[in-house]
Design a protein around this ligand. Structure first.
Ligand code: BDR
Ligand code: CA
Length: 353
């Protein structure tokens, strides 16, 4: 099925099912570059985006994160083949963070990044451009039109910004899964994506691009449970069969010791879902800085809701030190989530014919 057929049939199916096609009300699909490290929840986010006509994916740019690039890149290609969407270019991204040693999360996502679920090895190949090159080219060709959905370490986006700083003024927005104002999930301070590449996250938060930060404050509440698994298992399509297999393995892996309260956070799909239906998340203006120097806190996202001040200087500093600096927001941070509305969207899109 080509893209036009997909939009026509999926839009008709959504309308027939009484589901609003949300972004169309605002005048056409949102054009996105999907930067990702698949990754089980990344895979769910990719499938959600592919099955949502409100979004038009211009490219997918895998990066090393949850597992090395040697898995995230073929995983992205294989997911597109599963969904019948090999028209979307995939460009290989960074295999290591900007300055640090790669730390992965295979303990969460399995050695292959898909929880051990198997897809046929992809027949398609990545395009010749790198992730940084394709981001720069597409943004430059479409100033003000492209939203980057970034749900892995921000290495690719930071690399593009370093190579061509002028594109910062041309990117419409970045929807980021990462960070937290309420503690981390790798260290007490840092969420995984920012922990892996704090220097990249800092470049992005200092870029001036309009940012939405969908962090652990909300994603920890969007929990995929056995009831959702059963809904996927009830639908005999290639996408649902794969998603059910992957999510069953993930739930089993998380809950080897106990069957009670089985649940897995849907970090990345929640970030995608709020683009489709902006009513899912409640956003607040913050000034967010990324900690890159703390021996114990690198990757922490520090959010100021009002006037702010830096840490006290280590050595005596001549002259007076400003008390506080006037507030300026550089990110809208998700602080509330309508969990039912999110799962209604995710499950209806994945299980639609
Ligand atoms: C983030 O880290 C990864 O493990 C997930 O894919 C998500 O993007 C959550 O901290
Ligand atoms: Ca991810």
């Amino acid at each position: 099925m080509d893209r036009r057929q997909f939009i026509t049939t999926s839009t008709a199916a959504l309308i027939a099912a009484g589901m609003p096609t949300l972004a169309f009300a605002a005048g056409g699909p949102i054009r996105i570059i999907f930067d990702t490290d698949p990754g089980t929840d990344d895979a769910m986010g990719i499938l959600l985006a592919l099955r949502s006509p409100e979004l038009k994916i211009e490219a997918i740019t895998p990066v090393a994160g949850n597992v090395p690039l040697e898995h995230t890149l073929p995983n992205a290609l294989a997911l597109l083949e599963l969904a019948g969407r090999t028209d979307i270019p995939v460009a290989a991204g960074a295999s290591v963070p900007l300055t640090r040693t790669l730390v992965t999360a295979a303990y969460v996502h399995g050695e292959n990044g898909l929880g051990g679920a198997q897809l046929p090895p992809p027949k398609t190949r990545p395009v010749a451009e790198t992730a940084s090159e394709i981001i720069r080219r597409i943004v430059r060709q479409n100033p003000g039109q492209i939203t980057i959905v970034a749900v892995g370490p921000l290495t690719n986006v930071a690399t593009a910004l370093r190579a061509d700083p002028a594109i910062a003024a041309m990117v419409k927005a970045i929807a980021i899964m990462g960070g937290s104002l309420s503690g981390g999930n790798v260290t007490p301070a840092a969420e995984f994506n920012f922990y892996v590449d704090p220097e990249a996250a800092r470049i992005v938060f200092d870029s001036g691009i309009p940012l939405t930060m969908v962090g652990l404050d909300v994603t920890r509440k969007a929990l995929f449970r056995d009831e959702h698994l059963k809904a996927l298992q009830a639908v005999n399509t290639p996408v649902c069969r794969f998603a059910a297999d992957m999510m069953k393995r993930t739930l089993d892996r998380f809950h080897e010791d106990s069957q009670a309260h089985r649940a897995v956070a849907m970090h990345d799909p929640l970030t995608v879902a709020n683009l489709i239906d902006p009513g899912i998340l409640t956003l607040q203006d913050y000034f967010v800085e990324i900690e890159t120097e703390g021996e114990l806190t690198a990757g922490e996202s520090v959010g100021y809701p009002g006037r702010w001040r830096k840490s006290a200087p280590l050595a005596p500093t001549p002259g007076s030190i400003a008390d506080t600096t006037p507030f300026k927001s550089n990110a809208k941070v998700a602080m509330g989530v309508n969990v039912d509305r999110f799962f209604n969207l995710l499950m209806s899109r994945l299980t639609a014919a």
